[in-house]
Design a protein around this ligand. Structure first.
Ligand SMILES: [Zn+2]
Length: 440
């Protein structure tokens, strides 16, 4: 057990300057923001009659192949109104990636337009809300993932290249707005690598197209889009790394950052394919590396940072492949070595803890992933990992996140960030002030 000086307090966490390098922009849309977007775009109508307030589905329907019949189906029902909705919650089924993805696809705007984000002002509205969250949480540096394709939705009157260029300038202005509050914002182009994207172009072509757009963005507005990301369910073969390789290598050759998702669903084998095949310096999640110790050492040798978000893993049903030892305890073991899928029941059992404690030198950063869609804001995530949330219990004999481990995660996060060294140094000096103040 740690000595007392390593114990995190709520007060200390509240003051900690943060780095959040893995945030999906649509995941920053809180249920309340999604509701407001629905009202703005006529998916939801509010009636003020007979002294009462009620709502109904608005006149503007979703597209026929959108995952929901009505936009309001993204929320748990019934929705109670007072001066606004009082009990809004996304209708995400327990441990269901699919239901999470359906909500994401409806709100983000470009997958089945019309969705929640339809014009520049909607996107600005979403970013403003996120900026307030960053101010409150003392976020110093954040990288938001957004598909450049949103440009075709919000600037539908322009030709494709003009629309993309206009998006880069718009996002540059947002970076300036954030900087006024001492928040450094950067963007990552993230595309869905699977068939869920409903694109008629192959994954190979979309990855190459991504590299071309990133080159274009880099030339037009340097420092706005700083890297590439691909997302989507690991099970779908169309998104496997062989199809992504050419696009990723082109992005690396421009000098921009490369990150991919892996090791959160189908097992360590897929995760290692991603790491070996793509020129990535960061892998999102990657907790299934615990299934195979050799792979843990390989991740360290290859100097890949695992960008973890344990809270969203728990919500969407984090699983490991395991075998039972002679006492009946489940031990992580890859599928190829006989492991069978089993869910992780409690946060304290998340492999994050074992990895950071037993493998010195492993680089793990913490992120929010989708702060409002199944995930939590970065600060809330840290509070939960530190055992300071009543929602997540750490039983006797287990140890929540300590201050030295948290500092290590913060350093791994900024070191892996796709930004200049000057920004990294600024963060490190803020972090060292925090360490001194709280005598950690
Ligand atoms: Zn992610």
């Amino acid at each position: 057990m740690s000595d007392k000086s390593n114990v995190l307090t709520l007060g200390a966490i509240q003051e900690l300057p943060l780095v959040d390098i893995h945030v999906h922009l649509p995941g920053t849309i809180s249920p309340r923001t999604a509701w407001d977007l629905g009202v703005r775009n006529g998916f939801i109508s509010i009636d003020n009659e007979h002294g009462g307030v009620s709502w109904r589905n608005g006149p503007n329907s979703l597209q026929l192949n959108a995952p929901f019949e009505h936009y309001s189906n993204i929320f748990k029902q019934p929705i109670i109104l007072d001066n606004g909705p009082v009990n809004l919650e996304y209708n995400i089924d327990y441990q269901s990636f699919k239901s999470f993805d359906h909500i994401m696809a409806t709100v983000q705007g470009h997958r089945h337009p019309p969705g929640g984000i339809q014009n520049e002002s909607d996107l600005e509205f979403v970013l403003k809300r996120y900026m307030h969250d960053c101010i409150e949480q003392k976020v110093f540096y954040t990288e938001l993932q957004q598909n450049i394709r949103i440009a075709y939705t919000i600037y539908s009157g322009l030709d494709t290249q003009e629309a993309r260029l206009k998006l880069y300038s718009f996002l540059k202005r947002q970076i300036i707005e954030f900087a006024k509050h001492d928040i450094i914002l950067r963007f990552i182009h993230c595309f869905n690598k699977t068939q869920a994207s409903l694109s008629d172009s192959t994954t190979y072509n979309r990855a190459v197209e991504a590299s071309e757009w990133l080159k274009e963005a880099h030339d037009a507005q340097p420092g706005v889009f700083v890297g590439i990301e691909s997302a989507g369910h690991e099970k779908d073969e169309s998104g496997w790394p062989a199809h992504l390789k050419a696009g990723y290598e082109a992005v690396r050759d421009i000098g921009l950052g490369c990150e991919a998702h892996g090791g959160e669903a189908t097992g360590v084998e897929h995760m290692m394919d991603v790491i070996r095949m793509l020129p990535i310096t960061r892998l999102a999640h990657g907790f299934q590396v615990i299934e195979d110790e050799k792979s843990i050492f390989e991740v360290m040798d290859r100097d890949v940072t695992l960008v973890m978000a344990p809270l969203i893993n728990m919500k969407l049903g984090a699983c490991l492949h395991t075998i039972a030892d002679k006492d009946g305890h489940l031990i992580p073991k890859s599928k190829s070595h006989g492991g069978v899928k089993s869910y992780i029941d409690e946060l304290y059992q998340h492999p994050f803890f074992k990895l950071i404690r037993e493998y010195k030198g492993i680089k793990i950063a913490l992120s929010s992933d989708n702060p409002y869609m199944a995930g939590r804001l970065i600060k809330e995530s840290i509070i939960a990992l530190a055992g300071l949330s009543s929602e997540y219990i750490f039983p006797d004999g287990t140890e929540p996140l300590r201050s030295d481990e948290l500092v290590q995660c913060c350093l791994s996060g900024i070191d892996a960030a796709f930004c200049d060294d000057e920004i990294k140094q600024m963060y490190k000096s803020k972090l060292s002030d925090w360490i001194k103040k709280y005598r950690y």
